[in-house]
Design a protein around this ligand. Structure first.
Ligand code: SAJ
Length: 411
């Protein structure tokens, strides 16, 4: 049988590779011609451990091929972005567009799975969208029998940096829209999943996925709020957390300069926008984490005021440790704000990138430096990301400088 994966991004491409290296013929579809050409050449458009090898093997074996538009297949896995709009609701335009393009090649017996993280009700909506394009077929939202086309939600839940491992080992939540849908989707995912596939309805699956990330966001917000409180009371938050965590039922997460990435900082809003009156804690946690970078920024600016022409070194731009992903990064936000508000030299060390992003390079106020030089030249050192590469900074090199270790890496 043939599986088509729509969207060859951080989730779609690993998923395509996972099917292909397990003997399935896969057609990967992407609107980006560069991505299509790269994949067909056996290469990958972004860094993820183990992905490059899997893709080049799959293409070499003739199991994986990329195309610009969908072709007939037996199952379609939609893994397109569902970004947050300005008004903090989900932008489902890519899912809608994927539905429109897939609808044209659907036939009776096919399965359509939505993997993109989506607000509750989206997969049922997807079934409706498909139905509007194909009145000649039955869809699960409209029939109590087994539909011609089955529709399910199987949310991705892999951790970037560990995608190729977790895609195989994690349990999967598989939610069907109607009769036979979840079962059919489970058969598909069992091809490469070693974890358990847990069956439910599509809306429950959507909520389960969103709850996972909201849970993490709330817990990080707790740590961040605690850290602000400790700063005000003159205690070391890391010490407080270490000690509290010696309790057998307490496990506080780590404070940081804010929550980045395109998942945890986004997904909780999908719950809030679906139930605005009741999602009080979830909204507040988002606000606590969103204002966290400004708290760090204020502290740095206040300290800089004590120096004449201070040199500031910021270590890290990525949204978390040991990756090159700058999306929604609180570190990038802090550096950008410093570049605007702070006169004097601003050095940035980010070992995972070769050049500064446009938004920073354009200011002309920021210099990319190696970590040793940045620390050596600085009056103020701001550690923003807990990259392993920063672990080895010598404590003697920090002596006499104002140090903000927002990740507790140098304790
Ligand atoms: N962070 C802290 N303190 C902590 C832990 C994390 O400040 O103690 C920060 C990180 O530095 C980062 C942000 O939170 O800025 C998010 O990082 P993360 O490692 O917690 O999560 P993501 O966004 O890389 O991936 C999450 C994962 N979800 C959960 O762990 C519940 C992953 O499994 C999901 O698949 C992914 O979101 C997704 O795509 O939804």
């Amino acid at each position: 049988s043939t599986v088509s994966v729509i969207g060859l991004g951080h989730i779609g491409l690993p998923t395509a590779a996972a099917f292909a290296t397990n003997g399935i013929n896969v057609i990967g579809v992407d609107v980006n011609a560069v991505t299509v050409d790269l994949v067909n050449a056996g290469r990958v458009p972004f860094v993820e451990p183990g992905l490059g090898v899997a893709v080049s093997e799959a293409v070499a074996m003739g199991r994986l091929r990329a195309a610009g538009v969908p072709e007939a297949a037996d199952a379609f896995v939609i893994a397109v972005p569902t970004p947050l709009r300005e008004d903090r609701t989900a932008d489902l335009s890519h899912v809608r567009a994927a539905a429109a393009s897939v609808a044209g090649v659907l036939k009776a017996g096919d399965l359509v799975v939505l993997e993109s993280t989506s607000p509750p009700g989206t997969t049922v909506e997807l079934s409706r969208w498909l139905g509007e394009h194909r009145p000649d077929l039955t869809f699960p939202h409209e029939t109590a029998d087994v539909p011609d086309v089955r529709v399910a939600h199987c949310p991705e839940r892999v951790l970037p940096g560990r995608t190729m491992i977790e895609i195989v080992t994690n349990d999967r939540v598989v939610g069907g829209v109607g009769v036979g849908c979840a079962q059919r989707a489970r058969e598909l995912y069992e091809v490469f999943t070693e974890g358990e596939c847990l069956l439910t309805d599509a809306t429950t699956a959507e909520l389960a996925k969103l709850s996972e990330n909201a849970f993490r966001d709330v817990n990080i917000a707790f740590a961040n709020e605690l850290s602000t409180i400790c700063d005000q009371l003159g205690s070391d938050a890391e010490d407080v957390i270490d000690l509290a965590n010696r309790h057998p039922r307490v496990d506080i997460l780590r404070p940081g300069p804010g929550v980045g990435g395109h998942c945890i900082a986004v997904d909780p809003w999908f719950i809030v926008s679906s139930a605005p009156r009741h999602a009080r804690l979830i909204r507040l946690a988002r606000e606590v984490n969103d204002t966290r970078p400004d708290h760090v920024l204020d502290e740095v600016v206040r300290t800089a005021g004590r120096f004449k022409d201070p040199v500031i070194a910021c270590l890290g731009l990525a949204f978390k440790a040991n990756i090159d992903d700058l999306r929604e990064s609180p570190a990038l936000y802090i550096v950008t704000q410093l570049a605007e508000r702070q006169a004097g030299r601003l050095l940035v060390a980010e070992p995972h990138i070769q050049e500064l992003p446009e938004s920073l390079a354009g200011t002309g106020a920021v210099e990319l430096a190696d970590v040793t030089t940045a620390v050596r030249d600085a009056d103020i050192v701001v550690l923003l990301v807990d990259h392993d590469a920063f672990r080895g900074v010598k404590r003697t090199a920090l002596r006499g400088k104002a140090v903000f270790d927002t990740r507790g890496l140098w304790r």
